[in-house]
Every structure is written in C-alpha cells, then in structure tokens.
Design a protein around this ligand. Structure first.
Ligand code: ATP
Length: 387
C-alpha cells in the first residue's frame, strides 16, 4: 500500500476556471481519507488528478515518494471506483473482474482466447492465478453467485459490489472512490457504506473517497477534508471537525440538521459581569466568562440543534423566546422549527416526548458550554477561547 502526497496542487481548466487552488494533503499509508464538500468545490477534480485522469496545472503529486504528475493513469497502480460503476456491459461479472488482471502484452490475443473459451488451456498458470484472485475477491464481496451474469442483470448494489471487486482484485497501491454510492437508494447506501468501511479495514488499503454527503464522510473517514471553492477549509478526524469547526462554513456543512447561526451584537451591562446578546429583536443575557475574551461586538453565535431545547425560564443558560412554528416527528426524535421573532428560524432537535403545541410561544435555551462563536460573514472564522 502507499502514501499519497499533494503539494500545492492546482487545476486550471482550459476555460480559465480554477477548480483547485494550491491543495496540500498528506494521505498516510492505510488511511481512509474522505474529501467532502458541496457540488463544484473541486473534490472530484482533486481525485481525478491523483488518478491521472486529469492533468495537474501546478504543484506536485507523489505516490510512495515518486512524482507522478506525468505518469499515465494506467501506470500509477491505483484503482478507481466510480459512481456509474463503469462496468463493461457486454462482459460477464467474471470477465469484468478478470479484465484488469491480464498482463498488457498480448492483450488482444488473450481477449480472443477468452471469448473463444480457449483461454484456460492456452494460459493455464496465469489463468489459475487469476481465477484464484477473482474467487477471493468474489467471496470477500459475496458475489460468487453472480459471476456469470452481465451487468444489466444486476441490481445497483450488486453492480457497485462488482465495481469494488474489480478494484480490489488488482491489489493496487491505493483505492480512489468517486461518489460510489450516489446512485443507490438511501438504505442500500448505508449498507454499502458499512461494507466499504469494513473492507477497507480488512484490506488495510490506502483509500481516498469523494462524497458530497457529510454523513457518509463522517462515518467512513479516518480523516476528512472539507473543501469549498477549490480550497481546503479544514482537515481532521470527523469528531474533531464536528466539535471544533474551523469556520462558519464547516460548522454549517457538517452535522444534520445544520448548526443554527444567530447573528447579533454584544453589549455590556453597566455594572455586572454580564453581557447582552442583541439578536432577533431580543436581549439575551450571557455571562462574560461564557464568551471568548477576543470576541468582537458584532458576532455570530452557533448552536447545534441537539444542544437546544424548551426550557424553564430559571435555568442558567442562553435563553430566548420563540414561537414553535412546526414540528417534524422522526420517531425516535423530533425537529422543532422555532421563530424567534426576526430573522431565520431556529431548529431544535429533541426527544419525542412532552406536549408541545404548534403556534405557542415558549422559552428555548442551550447551556453556555454548547455555544460556539464566529466572526461575522458566511466564511467567518471560529473564535476560540484561547486564541
Ligand atoms: P460534484 O460533486 O458536483 O461533482 P465536485 O466538487 O466534485 O462537484 P468538480 O467536478 O471537481 O467538483 O468541479 C469543480 C469545478 O470545476 C466545478 O465548478 C466545475 O464546473 C468545474 N469543471 C469541472 N470540469 C471542468 C472542465 N472540463 N472545464 C471547465 N470547468 C470544469
């Protein structure tokens, strides 16, 4: 397996559009790294440059220490799994799997021998080896019964399994996945995601995986790379990115429902150690100790929906009034949409019990420790206590 290193890698398309802007990334041997971001952020372009399917405009890509900028895709010894499976429709599953295993010399002759049924006789040793690797991969993925079928006779999940199988039979240095589960329905996507994760653990394979789905990224990644507009916003373990987002974009992108952002202004109280947060036409008291010392007056407070709930007015927490507009019951939990009076609604995720009446005003709150602070603006940086 391999280490993959990107140094200041950039991509400018002939149209002049700069899709990737100086990306630095070090993917360790056996690591499962996930590139995630909204559509158009440059994650597929980055992956395709690593695969050799797209030229690099600037910077360097190394695989196992070797600069591969000008090495053709077929000589990089990496395997890629695509969203659309990219299986050969006229070949059986077995042929699709064997395809990548034949030596490239005399390829056409091998192909003709395969079609005519003479391959096993003509290339006995090679055939036995290929057969063995193919059976191992098929067993690993549970597709032994499908080997004689053609892709059109398979379900979406089975096709994707074959596509993964085709990647693993070659024992490449690294696996690249480009949104491999996007064409599957929600339930199958979750199943396949678990399979890919356990397969990666078993094979101990360096893997780079692209998705726009932050939940998929969170569940699969050893480390995730959040991208926006061709730039890396943050790299880190999923739990650390979730708990300590670098900026407002990452905070809003990671986590469902998305973090609430309350844009307001801090004002000090005449004599007390308390400040007021003016937001949505309300004046919310907040102790000075609960605010980072360097917080500017104009700022954004971020609150995860699961940190918020209806509260008795006496609790020592960040509290505001709001009218419950709508509740969505999801069985084991409930999303409440609260109108604070002015500005965007606030979302609160809580347990399904307790009577809550739509249209009624109530007090809502979150403990002070659950508040996050950001500079103003869509890309405002998070303000830390020790910064
Ligand atoms: P998606 O999830 O939609 O695939 P992505 O993050 O993978 O998005 P890329 O496919 O890497 O995005 O594309 C990044 C940007 O580069 C997009 O704005 C896209 O329109 C642009 N782009 C991609 N291919 C080309 C091309 N051949 N010529 C010009 N611009 C391109």
């Amino acid at each position: 397996m391999a280490e993959v290193l990107l140094e200041q890698v950039g991509k400018r398309y002939p149209s002049g559009f700069e899709a990737v802007k100086g990306v630095d990334l070090a993917i360790s041997d056996r690591e499962f790294l996930v590139l995630v971001g909204p559509s158009g952020c440059g994650k597929s372009t980055t992956l395709r440059m690593i695969a050799g399917l797209e030229d690099v405009s600037s910077g360097t890509i190394r695989i196992d220490g070797r600069v591969v900028n000008h090495v053709p895709a077929k000589d990089r010894d990496i395997a890629m799994v695509f969203q659309n499976y990219a299986l050969y429709p006229h070949m059986t599953v077995e042929q699709n799997l064997a395809f990548g295993l034949w030596p490239r010399r005399n390829y056409r002759r091998r192909w003709q021998a395969w079609i005519s049924g003479a391959y096993r006789r003509a290339y006995r040793d090679e055939s036995a080896q290929i057969q063995q690797r193919l059976q191992q991969a098929a067993a690993l993925l549970g597709i032994e019964d499908l080997l004689q079928r053609r892709p059109k006779e398979l379900s979406g999940g089975q096709r994707q399994r074959v596509a993964v199988g085709r990647a693993i039979v070659r024992s490449p240095k690294a696996f690249l996945f480009d949104e491999p589960l996007s064409n599957l329905d929600a339930k199958l996507r979750v199943e396949m995601r678990t399979e890919i994760k356990s397969l990666q653990r078993r094979l101990q394979a360096t893997s780079i995986y692209v998705t726009h789905d932050q939940e998929e990224a969170m569940t699969l990644a050893d480390r995730m790379v959040v991208m926006k507009d061709g730039l890396i916003q943050q790299i880190g373990a999923p739990e650390s990115v979730y708990a300590n987002p670098a900026n407002r974009f990452v905070a809003g992108f990671v986590g469902t429902p998305a973090m609430n952002f309350l844009t307001g202004r801090l004002e000090s109280h005449a004599e007390a150690k308390e400040l007021y947060f003016h937001w949505a036409g309300q004046r919310v008291p907040i102790p000075a100790a609960a605010i980072p010392p360097r917080a500017p007056r104009e700022l954004v407070i971020g609150i995860r929906p699961d940190a918020l709930g209806p509260q008795p007015q006496s609790a020592g927490s960040f509290q505001f009034r709001g009218q419950l507009r709508l509740q969505e019951n999801l069985g084991d939990r409930r999303d409440l949409f609260v109108d604070p009076g002015e500005g965007p609604q606030v979302v609160c995720r809580c347990l399904p019990e307790g009577p809550l009446v739509e249209g009624k005003e109530a007090v809502w709150g979150a403990s002070f420790e659950r508040l996050q602070f950001f500079e103003k603006g869509e890309a405002g940086r998070r303000i830390e206590f020790d910064s």
